[in-house]
Structure formats: C-alpha cells, structure tokens
Design a protein around this ligand. Structure first.
Ligand code: HEC
Length: 246
C-alpha cells in the first residue's frame, strides 16, 4: 500500500466514524450506527459511499437551458458545427449529436469539447475572430461534463417578470443565446449584441422582438432552438419599459 492510498484510507475512515451518526441516521436501509465497527481493517466497500455522498448536493447544470444554447451560439454557427456543416464531425444541434463526439462523461479534462475551449494554442475554439468562451461559460460546460454530461432539463422555476433589468435578466440571456454570433469581433448580419448600444438599436427598431418571436418579416433568432417563453416575456417587458440600461 503506497503512502497516498494509506493516507486516503485513514482520512476516509475518520470521515466514516465522524459522519456515521449524522449521515446514516436518516438512511432507511441502515440498521444503526453500531454497524461502524471498531475493527482497524479498512473495508473500501463501506467507505466508498460515505466519501462520495456529500458531493451530490450541489446544483445540477441544465443541459437544455444552460449548455445547449451556449454550444449552439458559440459553436453552431452556419459553416461550423451546425447540423448542416458538421465540421470535423461535431454537431451541436441536439443533445444526441452534442454528446456523440469529444465528450467523456464525468471527465472534462479528457473531453475535447471542453479542453479545446481552454486551449491557449491557435487551435482554441471558438477560433478567432470569434470570442473565447467566458470563464463562466467554461465553468458551466465543465460542471455539466463532470456531472455526467446528462440530458438534464430542469423544471422551470417561476418566471420572474416583476424585476426584469438589463443587467440581471437581458444581458445574461443574450450572452447565453446570442453573443457567440453577434459579438464585436463577429457581428452576424452586422448586429452586435455584446454592447448596450448595439442591443438598444435592435430593441428600438423592432428587430430584437421580431426575430426572437419569429414574426414574419424578420429572420428568426436564434437560428436553431429558441428562447424559452419566460425569456421572451422578459424581453418584451424590458423593451416596453424603454429598453433601459438598468
Ligand atoms: C448561430 C449564430 C446566431 C445565433 C446564435 C444568433 N444569431 Fe442573430 N443572426 C445571425 C446571422 C448570421 C444573422 C444575419 C442573417 C442574415 O442576414 O441572413 C443574424 C441576424 C439577426 C438579426 C436581424 C434580424 C432581421 O430580421 O433583420 C437580429 C435582430 C438577431 N440576429 C438577433 C439575435 C438574437 C436576439 C439572438 C439570440 C436570441 C441571435 N440573434 C442568435 C446569427 C445568429
């Protein structure tokens, strides 16, 4: 037994003893704390669940609302990794196609779709002139893969339509769904949605609402997928309120 393993087992055994009362008391299948025997032979079949149990309580990333739009708007531009172009076999149009290549569930550091976004070499994706993913976007991608790259579709929380602001509501939604294709460096259709001025222009001339509500006479946005009904209402409220920089 090497030192690291011995150290791990000692720590794990300590956690087992210390946590046995608090962790196991609520567990139906456990007959009581007395089962944590005083024997010094460490049994990994007992230890493993105790060590891994607390990790599962953190929030779970929603693939449908947090990851898919991020992949579609930053990687799924026409000519890149949309269903038609499928450059290098990567296609981020659906869950199935998104996980079919470059994803090792549970291990972001071995998942090409993550590592390529943090690469400092010229092969970084999205490539210049597109912007790199932000740290927050990389963290979402990483956590989703770490959590098993599952097709999670979280039940929507109540839609907040009473405290809609540019900073809290509009900007984050645009960053998730739109800015990959509408940044300063690569403004699709000449439209830059990474600055307030650029957003205000399309909010005022009707193109923002026209495109996200897919009205005739406008080009439907985002090109694949769509904003949820909650986000659409929030955009409508913010625009009606004067599209303020609040
Ligand atoms: C995958 C890339 C991509 C994504 C994601 C995307 N756009 Fe676009 N958008 C484009 C391109 C390219 C054009 C120009 C299309 C053309 O001229 O044919 C465009 C055009 C537009 C227009 C002009 C529409 C019109 O009728 O003139 C608006 C407004 C717009 N986008 C807003 C958005 C918003 C808001 C989002 C996010 C909800 C979004 N886009 C997401 C690529 C994208």
């Amino acid at each position: 037994m090497n030192f690291q393993r011995a150290f791990f087992l000692i720590i794990a055994f300590t956690v087992l003893l210390a946590g046995s009362t608090s962790i196991f008391y609520g567990c139906k299948n456990f007959s009581g704390p007395t089962e944590t025997t005083t024997t010094t032979t460490t049994d990994t079949t007992i230890i493993t669940p105790v060590v891994t149990q607390p990790v599962t309580t953190s929030s779970v990333i929603c693939f449908s609302s947090q990851v898919l739009p991020l992949l579609q708007s930053n990687c799924g531009m026409s000519g890149c990794h949309d269903a038609l172009s499928r450059r290098d076999g990567y296609d981020f149009s659906t869950y199935q196609t998104s996980v079919s290549r470059g994803v090792v569930a549970g291990n972001a550091d071995r998942s090409a779709i993550y590592t390529i976004t943090v690469s400092t070499s010229r092969s970084r994706m999205p490539p210049s002139p597109y912007n790199a993913l932000t740290d927050a976007q990389r963290a979402i991608l990483r956590q989703w893969i770490t959590e098993g790259a599952k097709n999670t579709n979280c039940s929507p929380t109540a839609c907040d339509t009473s405290s809609v602001t540019y900073a809290r509501t509009i900007l984050p939604a645009l960053q998730t769904y739109c800015v990959g294709c509408h940044s300063t460096a690569s403004p699709g259709g000449g439209i830059n949605l990474s600055t307030y001025a650029g957003i205000k222009t399309v909010a005022t001339n009707g193109k923002l609402l026209g495109s996200i509500t897919r009205q005739s006479g406008f080009i439907a946005m985002p090109p694949s997928g769509s904003l949820g009904s909650c986000e659409t209402s929030q955009f409508r409220i913010w625009i009606r309120g004067g599209a303020l920089n609040n």
